[in-house]
Structure formats: structure tokens, C-alpha cells
Write a new protein. Sequence first.
Length: 450
Amino acid sequence: MNSVRIPDNTLKILKLLNASGCEALVVGGCVRDSLMGRTPYDWDITTSATPSEMKEVFSGYKVIETGIKHGTLTVVDSEGEMYEITTFRIDGEYKDNRHPETVEFVRDLEGDLARRDFTMNAIACDAEGNLSDPFGGIDDIREGIIRCVGDPDKRFNEDGLRILRALRFASVLGFKIEERTDFAIRSGAGLIDNIAAERIRVELLKLLKGRYSLDVLTGYKEVITRIIPELIPCIGFEQHSIWHCFDVYDHTMHAVASYEGEDDAIKMALLLHDIGKPSCFSTDDEGHGHFYGHAKESVKIAEKVVDRLRFSNADKDQILPLIRYHDLQMGTSPKACRRIRANYGPDLLIKLAEVKKADNMAQSGYAKEKESYLVEESFKIAREIASSDSCFDLKSLAVSGDDLMETFGLEEGRKVGQILKTLLSKVIDEEVPNDKDTLLELARGILAED
């Protein structure tokens, strides 16, 4: 087990509080990560000082009253670093499964640690490196166990998001969830309904990107489908195909886990890419399963999911096309790839190749063997078209609206725009070169037909 090395700037904050006669320690995730040899993202501080005492100690600093009602202030040092400092406290009743009705400031560290979610997050460290671990968090870290502090049902009823945090930690750290905590997660999955969609989205994305996500996604289906009930029909839905060795749900989760990158759009596209399959299922005379039109159906369902989870329009513009085209044979459809490049930009093509690779890795051994070359071909085509300096937008078209108006005496308006779009379409499909004389001649023919 590693020791906790507190950065000098953070130590200075702790010592200022100590010098005023107050107890002060770093606490939570930063201590956990330090003990595991991971680099903390930030350093949270807990103290016996009340908010008014903190403001007196840091009278020479910029102080932001982040959540002063709950005892939290943010101190900004001379280098612009921000430190969130919270008074030791005991929380009152949680009526909304999210926020305590009351907060009582206390001078007792153990009382403060007792309100925290998991034992591994209920460890504090003072400026001298002394650890306070009243609930056995260090042992649980050593053994790779996620365990609630105290009664799991109470912890999750206080804040339903802790259910997703437990699964996220299991996904990222590879820890096992302790039996009582596990039971409370499964029986209390409905508490997630009370959590803001934005906060669910953040935790879900972190979970999906965890190295051990597959175990969580397949092991806690009752929680995952509480977030996305549209996945329920996928559970146990056999595909009856030599191309697949898993049911639709497990195939989906193997695909998610097969992509090891950090791109949110790719992870969400993989999570939802086959969500429309159950409603599109049919069998042929030989009993082989088919899912004709499932990509289109998956997009319809996925749009509702990403809207409900409050994804931005920019995110949707990445996620939905990846689902729509995930079955596209890029190696034999260069025209379609150029269209995608024109409509969604070069990056999406590379992401689409990643989706296809992960999808293939989650199929049967037969499919992997038969289609491995298609995966490589997809990346080749994607890179070539993404890096091409060919014309994919009106700015790059060799003919402008002014050219059309000057050559044919047209007035600015819809007609000019329609002709430009037609010319661009022909160039993108490589039916004509992006040459001014050629395009003007084509425009002449379009006008003659009218």
C-alpha cells in the first residue's frame, strides 16, 4: 500500500488551519487514489473549523462560498489553485434521496467520515501523513472490496446516485462489491429514478469507460435497464445466427467493453447500436435469424434515450449517425463514406471504423475470422477519405453562387442554392470533377431541363 503524498500547496492550506487551532485533513477520493498509487485529480479538505472560522483563517485569500449552507467553502490561492474545504458535519434526514434536510456542524472527524458512501472513501490524512480509517477502508482497498459505510440501505436511500458510483468504481477499479452492499444495490435500483438525468449521464459514461465494465454491465442488468429500460427486450434475445455467440444484450455489452478508447460518442453508440434488434427479428426457412432495418429502428429508440439523459445536440450529432451506419460495409461503399464525410465531418468516419471493429470483436469466432479483413478495410477507407482534400462542402466547390448569377443572369435565392447543392452532390459522388468549367456546363444543363 502506498503512502499519501500531499502536494505542497495543499499542505500549506492544512497547516494554516492547524495553526489556528483547527483540525484539517485531506479526505475521500484523493486519499484512496494516493494509497492505490493513482494520481488524484483534486484534493478535498475536511476540517473542524466552522465556515466563519474558515473565512477568518483565509481572510487574505479569495474565498467562494460554494455551499456555505452545507459547510463548504472554496479557497483560491495566489496561483489560482482552488481548494474545496468542508466543515466536519453530520447530515440530517434525506427526504429526496439526494440532499439532507439539515446539516449539523461537529468537531468530531469520525462522525464526519461516518456519513460518507464507501469505506474506501472514508479515509482521511493529516499534514503529517497520519491516516484516520475508522471503518476499515484501507483493508477494503487492499482486498479490492467496495463496501458501504454502515447500513447500505441507508447510504443508498440518502443518495441514489451512490448506486451508480458503486458500479462505476467496480468498473474502473475492478473491485468486487461486498454482499450486503450488492443486495442493497439490486433491491434499491429504483432509487435511480429520483436522480437528475445529467448526473446519471456523467456516472454512466464513466462506468462505460472502465477497464472492467463488462463484468458490471452484464452482472447488474437490473440497474443498467433502470437507466435504459429500452434494453430490457435485448436480455436473453437469442440471435440464431452463426455470426453471433451472445444474445443481443450480452453482445452489446461485449461490444462496449471491446472499445478501449475514451470517446463518449463511440461508447454510447455501441451501447445503443442494436437496441432496435428485438423489434426487427425474423427467421428464414432454415431458421436463421435476421434483423432487417434494425439500424434505423435503433436510431429511433436511441434518440429518445439520449434526449432523456440530456445529451447535447452536438453529442447526438455524433452518436446517432454512428448507430445509423454501424452496419455499413465501408470497404464496398466509398460513395456512402464520402457522403458521411460531407454531412458529419472527417472525424466521424474514424469513429465509425472504431464502432465496426468493436462490434466485430463481440461477435462469434466465425464472424471475426470472416470479417477481420473488412474491419481493416474500414479503417483504410476511413483514413483515406477523412484525410482527402477533395471537395466535401460548398466552400470547396469550384463554382460559387456569384459565378452562377453572373454566368446565367440568375438572381440570388433558392434556385441558386438548389443548383449548388446538386453540383456538390455530383462532386462528392465523384460523378464529375470539381472543375469550374465542367460544373458551369452541368449547371447549364440543369437550367435547360427546367
